[in-house]
Structure formats: structure tokens, C-alpha cells
Design a protein around this ligand. Structure first.
Ligand code: ACO
Ligand code: ZN
Length: 226
């Protein structure tokens, strides 16, 4: 009896052999050499990219028990803009963005959520905009669509053709996979609203999300209360 139980457990592990690395968050199959290799390649590079060592001058725009939010502007010292760029590359590769340039790089504001362990666990890139197209609710979703189909559909048909006034475009929003659903993106966006334009607190309607992913859409819908 015991032996057959053991057999079932082993078979289960072979089939669902995915492991999540507890430091970099990558999901991979430890008993697949190629997967293992890819993880090794990714692991250190990723952790280096999100490591924050501390700067002599940093612009702290919010503080929490779990960490702080820094704002980085285009004309900040090189060490700061370099980190912002490094994190943007991590985010873009995770989002599958290739060479998506910012519309006005000199006006872009990068917000980084730094954990108490010194890791960049969240990032928002915000840009000034004048108008945006509202994301429209999809008629019923086909349940067995793949993630790619889903994204493709959303990208192609999601927007209204009527421009609406907006002031702040959210060009990227990203949270480290192991730190999601803890309100980090919410706190980043609340901080953007209070600091993006000097002297005014932006409403949720004055912000627009560009080209949201399925995750991004779920989050934005909840955040904007639409
Ligand atoms: N599924 C369903 N609801 C969600 C999800 C999700 N994946 N993510 C957020 N929400 C909703 C929930 O209602 C959540 O509240 P709850 O946890 O109390 O239920 C609420 O939004 C607030 O979520 P946060 O904890 O503030 O969001 P988080 O810090 O986890 O970050 C984000 C959300 C940025 C979308 C994250 O999942 C992520 O980085 N995903 C991968 C990258 C990505 O797709 N980014 C969006 C790209 S679009 C763009 O950049 C414009
Ligand atoms: Zn790892």
C-alpha cells in the first residue's frame, strides 16, 4: 500500500514538476536540464538588476513599513537614471515589449518601490499626456483562449475611438512576482497621483494606462473602480 502511494506521488511530481525559485520568482522545472540552465542564466542577472544599494542622494516620495518609494527624473545623476533604465529593461522583457520607446523620455518619471531588503519590488513609469482612449469592456471572453490570443484581442479592440482628456499616462506598471497582491502597485499609483503634477492631486480619471496586459487590466479596473 505504501509503495503504491509513493508511486502516485512521484508521478505527480514528474508531471507537475514546476518549482518557483524563492529568490527570483522564476517558475521552472528543476529536473529539466534546459529549464535549469535558463533559470541559472536568469537568476543572478535579475537579482542584480533589482538590487538597490542606496545612493547618497535619493528622492523619497513616500514611506511605508514595507519600504519606500523613490522618484527618478530624466536629469538625475547617472547612478539613478542607470538603475531606472536597468529596471525598465527587466520590466520590458517580462512584458514582452521590444523597443517600446517612451513618447517623451525627458518628461518620464520613474517610481521605484524599494523593499526593506533593498530590492526594487515595484516600478511605475509615468509620462505627461494630453488625451487617451478609454479601454472598453469586452463582450464575453472565450474561456479557452490562450494568454497570447487574449492579449492580442485586447490590444487590437479594446479602445474607444473618442479621445478623452487625461494628464498622466502610465506607460509601465510592474511588481516583482513574489511581491504581488500586497498593494504595492496601488501604493505606487497613489504616490504618482500625489506627486506627478506639482500642487495638484490627480484623480483616477486623469490617469490612463497604455496598452494594458491582462494582469494590468484586472488591476487597472479595480484601481480605477470601473
Ligand atoms: N488578478 C485579479 N485581480 C488583480 C490582479 C490579478 N492578477 N492584480 C491586481 N488585481 C486587483 C485586485 O483586486 C487587487 O486587490 P486584492 O489583492 O485586495 O484583491 C487590486 O487589483 C490591487 O492590487 P495590488 O496588490 O495593488 O497590485 P500588485 O502590486 O499585485 O500589482 C500588477 C499588479 C502590476 C498588474 C502585477 O500583477 C504585475 O506586475 N504583473 C505583471 C506585469 C504586468 O502585466 N503589468 C501591467 C502591464 S500594463 C502597463 O504597464 C500599462
Ligand atoms: Zn532564481
Amino acid at each position: 500500500k505504501q509503495a503504491s502511494d509513493q508511486l502516485i506521488i512521484d508521478a505527480g511530481q514528474k508531471q507537475f514538476g514546476a518549482t518557483t525559485c524563492s529568490s527570483c520568482g522564476m517558475i521552472y522545472s528543476a529536473d529539466n536540464p534546459e529549464d535549469n540552465f535558463q533559470h541559472t542564466q536568469f537568476h543572478q542577472r535579475f537579482l542584480n538588476s533589482i538590487k538597490y544599494v542606496g545612493w547618497k542622494k535619493e528622492r523619497v516620495v513616500n514611506k511605508f513599513f514595507e519600504g519606500k518609494i523613490l522618484l527618478i527624473l530624466a536629469d538625475d545623476p547617472k547612478y539613478a537614471t542607470k538603475k531606472a533604465e536597468e529596471v525598465r529593461q527587466v520590466v520590458d522583457s517580462e512584458l514582452g515589449f521590444q523597443q517600446v520607446t517612451l513618447s517623451r523620455p525627458s518628461q518620464a518619471k520613474t517610481y521605484l518601490f524599494i523593499s526593506t531588503e533593498g530590492l526594487v519590488v515595484g516600478c511605475v513609469i509615468a509620462e505627461p499626456i494630453r488625451q487617451a482612449f478609454r479601454v472598453l469592456e469586452q463582450p464575453d471572453q472565450n474561456k479557452d483562449m490562450t494568454k497570447d490570443d487574449f492579449m492580442e484581442r485586447h490590444r487590437a479592440w479594446c479602445c474607444s475611438t473618442v479621445p478623452e482628456q487625461a494628464l498622466c499616462g502610465i506607460s509601465r506598471v510592474w511588481v516583482f512576482s513574489l511581491a504581488r497582491r500586497q498593494g504595492i502597485a496601488t501604493r505606487l499609483l497613489d504616490t504618482v497621483r500625489s506627486t506627478f503634477m506639482y500642487g495638484s492631486y490627480l484623480t483616477k480619471q486623469e490617469m490612463a494606462f497604455s496598452d494594458p496586459t491582462p494582469d494590468g487590466k484586472l488591476f487597472a479596473t479595480k484601481y480605477c473602480g470601473t
